[in-house]
Design a binder for this molecule. Structure first.
Ligand SMILES: [Zn+2]
Length: 459
């Protein structure tokens, strides 16, 4: 239904050829490589150079700053004397590794088959990054100047931590005193068949992001021979703590963002289901139970989740472990913070024998700009304008990003953050992100270019 307008691109293959070339640059990070490893960083630099070589019209007008192999920044100067704050588009050019033997096609071959382009990163997220560049190039080639400054910040380590890429770039902006009216990063798609009972496509603008926190639960004991186990064993103590945690999930809560999402959905249907979605706050627990039943996707919108992801014990079957450890991965729904969530886990564990400590880097949730939850505020109208240009008649609703994105590093630099991918995806295609045989349809890739082009014109 949205395909007719894409026909120009099926005649002009150049954007697709450039995209395929981008996919062939192996920007997956080799296992066990460390930052500073020249061989590991070479493809990241190659990707940066590929952009410089491939988009001459854009590079004639934009300022380019290579902060490191992991951070590339562009400023596309605005033409007006408008005092509007700049906007920033984020993307990353690294990709997750592949298990090549599980692919039916070369993961870095960028082959096209039956209307799809195959390869690691086609969805996550070279398809988006190249879409942004193609849109900017096409506009620059015909002399277009945006009204205000538009910045791009591309990272090379998002799939690991974003610490060398997005975090350093955010600090770079902060040092220069540059703030943004709006930040746009990868995120939720134009979803098709993702919400039970809703067949039509919906644009999900994730305006809020859950936090990320991993916790170690550790129980120590005296090591020794398994023929003489102590009366109270560390494994049993840990197991009891985990059982208590699973019996006391975090409470349900309706954030304004999720409330607005369900109110939007209610307008698409009728009957008791639609009524319930419009009155989620009034119904409270009844609504949560009914909406979340059997769907971990929906349930995750209403609460901080606790995933039990790793267990570690003895090195051998006949050796008492000196310590046993479980790792919990929490995704924090506002207003939970790293501190309050950790305090709650400690309280539930309620056992001094079980140490609860932070594992790795945590990051708190990024709440929405309250205006965005009301479907307005910085950038909302422009996002709708660009959406309508490529997906006429498709409604957009506020949504909650369940995973983390690079944009979390910009929480203090932006009035509002959108996490949105302008590709029409069904659950089967979404499952290919980080999976085998990742692919994007040519139509989606081209629609993406048109979306960013419309957005730059709106801005
Ligand atoms: Zn990504």
């Amino acid at each position: 239904m949205f395909k007719e307008a894409n026909s120009y691109y099926t005649l002009n293959m150049e954007p697709i050829d450039r995209f395929r070339k981008a996919v062939t640059i192996k920007t997956d990070w080799p296992k066990d490589a460390q930052p500073g490893d020249v061989a590991a960083e070479a493809p990241l630099l190659a990707f940066q150079n590929f952009l410089a070589d491939s988009y001459p019209a854009f590079h004639r007008v934009a300022e380019r700053r290579v902060l490191s192999p992991y951070a590339l920044v562009y400023r596309w100067p605005g033409g007006g004397d408008s005092l509007e704050k700049p906007i920033l588009l984020l993307a990353h050019y690294d990709v997750v590794p592949v298990e090549a033997e599980k692919w039916t096609i070369d993961p870095f071959g960028a082959e096209t088959k039956e209307g799809f382009i195959y390869g690691r990163g086609t969805l996550d997220m070279k398809g988006i990054l190249i879409g942004i560049m193609e849109a900017a190039e096409a506009l620059c080639a015909r002399g277009f100047k945006p009204r205000r400054d538009i910045w791009f910040a591309f990272g090379g380590d998002e799939e690991r931590t974003g610490i060398l890429g997005a975090l350093q770039t955010a600090k770079w902006f902060a040092n220069k005193g540059i703030c943004f009216a709006m930040v746009l990063d990868e995120g939720s798609p134009v979803a098709e068949g993702m919400i039970p009972g809703i067949d039509r496509p919906l644009a999900l603008f994730s305006i809020e992001e859950k936090g990320f926190l991993s916790l170690d639960l550790t129980v120590q004991q005296k090591p020794g021979h398994a023929s003489r186990p102590p009366e109270t064993q560390a494994v049993a103590t840990l197991a009891q703590a985990l059982t208590r945690i699973s019996q006391r999930p975090f409470p349900f809560r309706l954030t304004p963002t999720v409330e607005s999402f369900f109110r939007g959905l209610s307008g698409l249907g009728s009957g008791p289901r639609a009524w319930a979605m419009a009155h989620a706050r009034l119904l409270g627990g009844l609504f949560f139970k009914a909406a979340a039943a059997g769907s971990s996707d929906i349930s995750a919108l209403f609460r901080t989740t606790v995933a039990m992801t790793q267990l570690e014990g003895s090195v051998a079957d006949n050796v008492m472990p000196s310590a046993v450890r479980a790792v919990l991965n929490l995704r924090l729904l506002p207003p939970w913070t790293i501190e309050t969530a950790m305090a709650r886990i400690r309280e539930i564990v309620g056992d001094k024998a079980v140490a609860v400590t932070v594992h790795g880097f945590g990051s708190g949730p990024v709440p929405a700009n309250p205006e965005h939850a009301k479907m307005g505020g910085p950038g909302w109208q422009e996002m709708i304008g660009a959406l309508t240009a490529v997906y006429p008649g498709v409604p957009a609703f506020p949504f909650l990003m369940l995973a983390t994105t690079d944009s979390r590093h910009y929480r203090d630099l932006a009035e509002g953050i959108f996490r949105f991918s302008p590709h029409l995806l069904n659950p089967r295609e979404l499952a290919l992100v980080h999976g085998h045989d990742e692919r994007i349809s040519v139509d989606n890739f081209v629609t993406g270019i048109r979306f960013y082009r419309a957005l730059f014109e709106e801005m």
